[in-house]
Design a protein around this ligand. Structure first.
Ligand SMILES: Cc1cc2nc3c(=O)[nH]c(=O)nc-3n(C[C@H](O)[C@H](O)[C@H](O)COP(=O)(O)OP(=O)(O)OC[C@H]3O[C@@H](n4cnc5c(N)ncnc54)[C@H](O)[C@@H]3O)c2cc1C
Length: 288
């Protein structure tokens, strides 16, 4: 399919990009990797007056170690993230989730900023960013604002971004010692999107008692979400197989499960509990 006619802008600075977006008063969007936006335009699900390509703006693709954590540019591709030694060392769950996005062509084009802004309910990176307590630096108004990951993913294809705003950076805090991580998903065989995906990070003290548990679920409901019931249940307990199994049954609390051609709500509930058990088991084995 061919998209409807639109204007194309390729600004050289973020400031120019934002002022161009403003001129179109909600009828323009930024273009990053184009892996989601272009198909939407071709299918006429997005009819835009203009696209504002971020691809010619220097300095939007980077991975830096900052205070033991990470600062990542919005145009950094999934492939750059999965193959970065710095990401593998500091936030291995992010590298693990990025490596499971689509296929290598999608990972070579798709960006972290695009994945976050698009807020696909089955996307992988948002779940990892939720357990990492990532923050997003948002440009658009006179002063940049910061949005926390647990405020970013509002609903299906709806993020906390307002009209004319652009994600300018992704910030991930350092991982505490004695932390294990895991990202598990059952992928749609064609697109590789998650039918259900579970991201988890668990931290223990020297006696092996869980001091912090974070679990996020993607694909199951309208938006990726933290499983706080499990997090509360595990905190203060040893990560024994029994406690992990008991906690996994709590994974389904508070989720409005989706049903579609890929899986019924009952199937997604079952997957959520099973993958949570697998992810927590792997995370506890990886504690270092
Ligand atoms: C065949 C296929 C398989 C895929 N499989 C998976 C998968 O398994 N898991 C997964 O998570 N994803 C998957 N994706 C989606 C892929 O990860 C995309 O990279 C991602 O959804 C969008 O990133 P993008 O850079 O291509 O953004 P674009 O398509 O360019 O943009 C998407 C949206 O985000 C907005 N946007 C982009 N960048 C910014 C920014 N910096 N600030 C504000 N708004 C911005 C755009 O305006 C647009 O509305 C798949 C895509 C395809 C085509």
């Amino acid at each position: 399919m061919i998209p409807a006619a639109f204007e194309y802008h390729a600004p050289k600075t973020l400031r120019q990009a934002i002022s161009t977006l403003r001129k179109y008063d909600g009828e323009a969007r930024v273009l990053a990797g184009g892996m989601s936006l272009v198909p939407m335009m071709k299918l006429r699900l997005a009819n835009l007056a203009a696209v504002v390509d971020l691809g010619r703006i220097k300095g939007l693709s980077f991975i830096q170690e900052v205070n033991g954590g990470l600062s990542i540019g919005p145009m950094t591709t999934h492939y750059d993230i999965e193959s970065s030694e710095v990401v593998q060392r500091i936030s291995p769950i992010l590298a693990e989730a990025a490596a499971l996005v689509g296929d290598v062509q999608v990972r070579n084009r798709g960006t972290i900023g695009g994945s976050v802004a698009h807020a696909d309910p089955a996307a992988d990176l948002p779940a990892a960013l939720l357990v990492l307590h990532a923050k997003f630096s948002i440009a658009g108004s006179a002063r940049r604002r910061i949005v926390r990951a647990d405020r970013m993913f509002v609903d299906a294809y709806t993020s906390a971004l307002e009209e004319g705003e652009v994600i300018a950076g992704v910030h991930v805090p350092a991982m505490p010692p004695r932390t294990g991580w895991s990202y598990k998903k059952l992928a749609n065989r064609a697109s590789r999107f998650a039918i259900v995906g579970i991201a988890t990070q668990v931290t223990t003290d020297e006696q092996g008692v869980c001091t912090r548990a974070r679990v996020a679920i993607t694909g199951a409901g309208p938006a990726p979400t933290r499983a706080r019931t499990i997090e509360r249940y595990l905190t203060g307990k040893k990560l024994t197989p029994l406690n992990i199994t008991k906690s996994a049954t709590r994974a389904i609390a508070g989720i409005e499960f989706l049903g579609d051609v890929h899986g019924s709500p009952e199937y997604r509930k079952h997957l959520t509990m099973e993958l949570t058990k697998q992810a927590l088991t792997e995370a506890s084995e990886r504690i270092r």
